[in-house]
Design a protein around this ligand. Structure first.
Ligand code: SF4
Ligand code: SF4
Length: 70
């Protein structure tokens, strides 16, 4: 079992211009802006489970990412 990041769509404020998780994720093209849903979305196949996105999202008080087991 391993952990991947998962965005809680209802809490994500990417529609207001937030891109923190996208900027800080060290893996290329892993957490990206979904232009249709207007939220951040994780490619769980390339997510390494480092939790950096959770740290920056929580630091900005959005709490929109949780880690999920796969
Ligand atoms: S840092 Fe949080 S609120 Fe901002 S785009 Fe990422 S998931 Fe959404
Ligand atoms: S857990 Fe790490 S690798 Fe996965 S989306 Fe977040 S910052 Fe990127």
């Amino acid at each position: 079992m391993y952990a991947v990041a998962e965005v809680l769509d209802e809490s994500c404020v990417a529609h207001k211009g937030c891109r923190l998780c996208i900027m800080y994720c060290p893996e290329a093209n892993t957490i990206m802006f979904d232009p249709e849903k207007k939220v951040a979305v994780v490619n769980e196949y390339s997510c390494k489970g480092c939790e950096l996105c959770v740290v920056v999202c929580n630091a900005a008080k959005h709490q929109a990412i949780k880690m999920a087991s796969r």
